[in-house]
Design a protein around this ligand. Structure first.
Ligand code: NAD
Ligand code: WQD
Length: 337
């Protein structure tokens, strides 16, 4: 029996492959390598000492999925495959709806055909939309504010409908806060295409000299230092949360959404200061205007994850900075040769 990991060559997927293999699961990875390189999986093999079965395919390709399900005994699916850039989703919404929503529908259709009804899905804190009520709890009202967020929200609704139509399904919806960091070996980490959209990969590329300086998007928010506050979570903690969610879907039926965060907020300038302290590398920055669509403060209520999955985040902001830096310093150009 194996766990099928869609999007397993990507940032969070590759870290989750390591934790699944370390926990004793066999895995099969399907990824179209649109936003990743197969090298990440070679590194997963190096870290774990175990082989990774990889199939290069698009999850919208029903025949390719059928082939995977008929060739392997899949007991559960961890579904990461998707496009994730908020700004890009505003420019090419149809690509996002097609890739993320049609891809998930095709995947669920094939799962149903093969009677595999256990899935862990990558959702996002973005499904809570903009609200001042913090911390965010799973029962709060949902409302996305961009096409990317809407794909996550629609998929959540589709998964709830699937469960309502057939209570034999087991669906764990994980709402990630801000994943950063890298594996402690420095062998795998985040390798964004082009100029990073997100804060930590941007800081890391400034540190390694690929970018001249960080632009801090606004210092006039109602926060202690005026810069945006987020709930950064170490990608390895997040990956371990997926192992717990796989164990949950294997033992239960239901459809349940759980926040994966630390429950603590950290501002842009606090993250910059922590990175500089841990690494000894200065991060030049300038304050610029706010980025449209950004909230002032976002952090999770993490009590449900503890109660339902028996999971909580353990690693600190300092760990996140040290591990990001080890990965970036050892791989200044990411997985590129
Ligand atoms: P990533 O881009 O590194 O990984 C996604 C992987 O899916 C990539 O390897 C890509 O090649 C693959 N993929 C995309 N479309 C595919 C398709 N149609 N068929 C097969 N493979 C496909 O992104 P990530 O940061 O690892 O994110 C993983 C998941 O978590 C995504 O669904 C993302 O929306 C979600 N998420 C990410 C964050 C974050 O900040 N990184 C936060 C919340 C949720
Ligand atoms: C963090 C903070 C920025 C870049 C995004 C998605 C969300 C989820 C996680 C997928 C904010 C500030 C950033 C920069 C900056 N992804 N910032 N300069 O926006 O919280 O969440 O990633 O589901 O859906 O929206 O993360 O890392 O982009 O920003 O000052 O160059 O850093 O304003 O306060 P965000 P982020």
């Amino acid at each position: 029996m194996a766990v099928l990991v869609t999007g397993g060559a990507g940032y969070i997927g590759s870290h989750t492959c390591v934790e699944l293999l370390d926990a004793g699961f066999d895995i099969v990875v399907v990824d179209n390598l649109y936003n990743s390189k197969q090298e990440s999986l070679k590194r997963v093999e190096k870290i774990t000492g175990k082989p990774v079965e990889f199939i290069k395919a698009d999850i919208r390709d029903k025949e390719a999925l059928r082939e995977i399900f008929s060739q392997h005994e899949i007991e559960a699916v961890v579904h990461f495959a998707g496009l994730k850039a908020v700004g890009e989703s505003v420019k090419i919404p149809l690509d996002y709806y097609d890739n993320n929503i049609s891809g998930t529908i095709t995947l669920c259709e094939v799962m149903k055909e093969f009677n595999v009804k256990k899935i862990v899905f990558s959702s996002s804190a973005t499904v809570y939309g903009i609200t001042d009520k913090m911390p965010l709890t799973e029962d709060m009202s949902l409302g996305a504010i961009n096409p990317y967020g809407r794909t996550k929200l629609f998929i959540e609704e589709i998964l709830r409908d699937i469960y309502n139509s057939d209570n034999g399904w087991s669906i764990s919806i994980l709402r990630y806060f801000n994943p950063i960091g890298a594996h402690k070996t420095g062998l795998i980490g985040e390798d964004p295409k082009g100029i990073p959209n997100n804060l930590m990969p941007y800081i890391a590329q400034v540190a390694v000299g690929r970018l001249p300086e960080l632009s801090v998007f606004g210092n006039d928010y109602d926060t202690p230092d005026g810069t945006g506050v987020r709930d950064y979570i170490h990608v390895v903690d997040l990956a371990k949360g997926h192992v717990k969610a796989v164990e949950w879907v294997l033992k239960n039926t239901g459809c349940d959404a759980v926040n994966l965060g630390t429950g603590r907020g950290c501002s842009v300038l606090e993250l910059v200061a922590a990175f500089e302290k841990v690494t000894g590398v200065k991060i030049p920055y300038k304050i610029v205007g706010r980025r449209p669509g950004d909230a002032a403060i976002v952090y999770a209520d993490v009590s449900k994850a503890k109660k339902v999955l028996g999971w909580h985040a353990e690693l600190t902001i300092e760990d996140m900075c040290a591990d990001t830096w080890r990965w970036q310093k050892n791989n200044p150009l990411g997985y590129a040769e």
